[in-house]
Design a protein around this ligand. Structure first.
Ligand code: NAP
Length: 248
């Protein structure tokens, strides 16, 4: 029996990087997969095909997680077409790095809106379905910099710390309805997001990782499968660091 057989999962931001890794792994483990994106339509079609090869149902939706109307419309469509939602992975996120002295208000607001408001929007939109089912696993993609901060990422760190507070509050609020909410704090993971970083910064991060390598989307996907599956039915309100030992 596969770990996610019979489950329906929504993943925000699934066209590349960590989100795509999770979508592929979920499909491999037997889940029906819905993923979202904002701009990469062609890539989304290719990803749909790639995930579909595992045999389950799959659908990519253009839907901005930072927009509440989009989130509500997405959830309604998914419930109509798939009948249930068992797993919600709030993965969509961006960076707009810079030292505070040079960080514009716009860059601060954009990152908070896309990284943190998106988690509120998607969770709130899916809540009625979870409550009706008396079942659900919500997994929010935070970051180790949400736990410990990082120079040049005040906006991003604040958004990821906010996700942790949100996760713990929702776990407390919804536990009695058998709805779990956990966060994952990835360390340094090789994706397009981190490709943009200064090579010097990347080297510094890599050298400081006890396991001496950057993580892969698959490393994060494996932890996400665990938190999504019935293997973790007594785990809620936790932050699982997947960082090669960077954060101890
Ligand atoms: P990525 O490679 O940049 O991929 C981001 C994905 O999110 C893309 O599919 C993108 O598609 C989608 N997206 C962006 N804005 C969106 C929105 N408003 N609504 C819906 N989808 C949206 O990023 P990643 O490295 O895989 O990171 C995924 C998550 O892990 C993020 O939350 C990130 O903060 C977190 N994280 C990453 C690392 C790391 O080292 N990579 C470390 C810690 C935490 P479109 O461009 O088509 O919209």
């Amino acid at each position: 029996m596969k770990l996610l057989e019979g489950k329906v999962a929504i993943i925000s931001g699934g066209t590349r990087g960590i989100g795509k890794g999770i979508a592929l792994k979920f499909a491999q483990e037997g889940a029906d997969v819905i993923f979202t994106y904002v701009s990469s339509e062609e890539t989304a079609n290719a990803v749909e095909k790639e995930i579909g090869a595992f045999g389950g149902k799959v659908k990519g939706y253009k839907s901005n997680a930072a927009n509440m109307e989009d989130a509500v419309e997405l959830i309604n469509k998914v419930v109509e077409e798939f009948g249930q939602i068992d797993i919600l992975v709030n993965n969509a996120g961006i960076t707009k790095d810079g030292l505070l002295m040079r960080m514009s208000e716009e860059n601060f607001d954009d990152v908070i809106k896309i990284n943190l408001n998106s988690v509120f929007n998607m969770t709130k939109a899916a809540l009625r379905t979870f409550l009706k089912q008396k079942n659900g696993s919500i997994i929010n993609m935070s970051s180790i910099v949400g736990v410990r901060g990082n120079a040049g990422q005040a906006n991003y760190s604040a958004s990821k710390a906010g996700i942790i507070g949100f996760t713990k509050s929702i776990a407390a609020e919804l536990g009695s309805r058998n709805i779990r909410c956990n966060a994952i704090a990835p360390g340094f993971i090789a994706t397009e997001m981190t490709e943009k970083l200064d090579p010097e910064v990347v080297k510094g991060w890599s050298d400081s990782i006890p396991l001496k390598r950057p993580g892969t989307p698959e490393d994060i996907a494996n932890a996400t499968v665990f938190l999504a599956s019935d293997m973790s039915t007594y785990i809620s309100g936790q932050v699982l660091s997947v960082c090669g030992g960077m954060l101890m």
